[in-house]
Design a protein around this ligand. Structure first.
Ligand SMILES: Nc1nc2c(ncn2[C@@H]2O[C@H](COP(=O)(O)OP(=O)(O)OP(=O)(O)O)[C@@H](O)[C@H]2O)c(=O)[nH]1
Ligand SMILES: [Mg+2]
Length: 437
């Protein structure tokens, strides 16, 4: 089992005063730490001990001490967890005592997970899933992160890679040992599998970035001419005074954001500067930002004045392809007959706001539904690269000309999970062929 020389320690719980704090120690000196600080000799793995924690003759705290023997721990190394009282002074005193033990140093950012990956306790996608789980703010983010931590993506990519490695082994063997009998239908089978993989990975890639958007937040931009009630709407939607409302046209200059949890989905709602031709420098910059934000948005709320109905002000052409909901605001001032197809709302009275929320919720659940989604740009890049290599492997006229592309395709997938074992190819060859005979 891999043991990096240093034993590392860090506060695993959050900063700030709390009832309990957890300090985690990982590495070869863990047993020394338990003996020196807790007077614990030969502790049983996976047991909790209630101990006095001391440094020399000085008592520091009392707490629960747990020991996880390598390799059955988070990092795969010997690990101890000290569950102590959460006061700043207690934490400081115990960290100080730890730093005085030879071979110990504070952990670097992500070092526990890094060691866990190196020791084969989790692959890179699982480690990234763990990171997302720690940062999950909404229910749907939590679900996605937990699924990833459980290996849903890692296993998928790994199964694809294993399939490629298997075919690669055959192709290599064909070159290295031409006297070995390769069944003629083998090449067809390989081509069929490659075509099948291309199709599967391409389908996985065309997911509308929903996995990434769930991590980053669904962007909604409120757009419209000055004074139509954009800022009033963001306030009505959030039930807070997020933005300044005034009858002066051109009140909002910069983008005003509100982060919301909508039915478990993270939503970033943005109020923007009213769109009009403005020669005033600051306002013009605000308008430029408004359009830019709308270009990046997943949904645009196009606010129109109900008293002008049905004459709508046009949005910039660049936004034509965007998903847009047109809302006729200030319905309380209008007595025009309308069809039920139109959205009439009043940011002032709240009319139509509940209906709008329902529609947004529907859009959210539609756009995030589906199976395992790609959660990071780095996966997307590697998968795209994989498809490119698979395509040229498929196009290659002979089996021996496919090996290099198959290898590159497999390597691209291996980069995602971080599992690219050198001996693996030989393992497959030795398992499936009787080369040593
Ligand atoms: N009667 C009525 N007045 C509204 C409604 N919504 C907004 N207003 C009023 O319209 C004026 C402009 O509202 P804002 O929310 O500041 O408009 P805005 O679109 O953000 O304007 P800019 O930031 O200048 O682009 C204010 O006086 C609001 O009180 C509504 O639904 N009904
Ligand atoms: Mg405004």
């Amino acid at each position: 089992m891999y043991q990096s020389g240093d034993t590392i320690y860090a506060l695993a719980s959050g900063f700030g005063t709390a009832g309990v704090a957890v300090i985690r120690v990982s590495g070869p000196a863990v047993l020394t730490v338990l003996e020196k600080l807790c007077g614990l000799k030969n502790p049983k793995s996976n047991y909790a001990y209630f101990r006095t924690i001391h440094s020399g003759k000085k008592t520091l705290d009392k707490g629960l001490v747990l020991y996880f023997k390598a390799p059955h721990s988070f990092t795969g190394e010997d690990v101890a967890e000290l569950q102590i009282h959460g006061g700043r002074g207690v934490i400081q005193a115990i960290q100080q005592a730890l730093s005085e033990i030879p071979g110990l140093r504070p952990a670097e950012r992500g070092e526990y997970s890094r060691r866990a990956v190196i020791n084969g306790k989790m692959d890179l996608t699982e480690a990234e899933g763990l990171l997302d789980l720690v940062h999950a703010e909404t229910e749907e983010q939590r679900k996605q992160a937990l699924a990833q931590l459980d290996g849903n993506l890692g296993q998928l990519y790994e199964s694809w890679r294993k399939q490629l490695v298997h075919h690669l082994a055959y192709a290599e063997a064909f070159i290295d040992f031409p006297e070995e009998e390769i069944p003629p239908e083998k090449e067809q089978e390989i081509n069929r599998d490659i075509a099948d993989l291309i199709q599967k990975i391409s389908a996985h890639l065309s997911d509308d970035r929903r996995g990434e958007r769930l991590r980053e937040g669904f962007q909604i931009a409120i757009l419209g001419v000055p004074n139509v009630g954009k800022s009033s709407l963001i306030n009505a939607l959030t039930k807070r005074e997020v933005a300044i409302v005034s009858q002066t046209a051109g009140t909002t200059r910069d983008i005003v954001e509100a982060h919301l949890d909508v039915a478990g989905f993270p939503v970033i709602l943005a109020d923007t500067a009213g769109l009009r031709d403005s020669s005033e420098e600051i306002e013009a910059e605000g308008i430029r930002r408004a359009v830019k934000r709308a270009e990046q948005a997943d949904l645009i709320l196009d606010i129109q004045d109900a008293t002008d109905y049905p004459k709508a002000k046009k949005l910039p052409k660049a936004l034509n392809k965007k998903r847009i909901i047109t809302l006729w605001n200030k319905s309380d001032l209008s007595n025009k007959k309308t069809t039920t197809k139109e959205h009439f709302i009043s940011a002032k009275t709240g009319a139509g706001i509940a209906t709008l929320w329902n529609e947004i919720k529907q859009i959210l659940s539609d756009s995030f539904s589906g199976g395992a989604a790609i959660t990071r740009e780095r996966y997307r890049v590697a998968l795209t690269e994989c498809v490119t290599h698979l395509q040229s492997a498929l196009d290659a006229p002979a089996l021996e000309l496919k090996t290099e592309d198959l290898r590159l395709a497999a390597r691209a997938l291996g980069r995602i999970t971080g599992r690219v074992e050198v001996d693996e190819l030989l393992d497959v060859i030795f398992r499936d062929f009787c080369i040593g005979k």
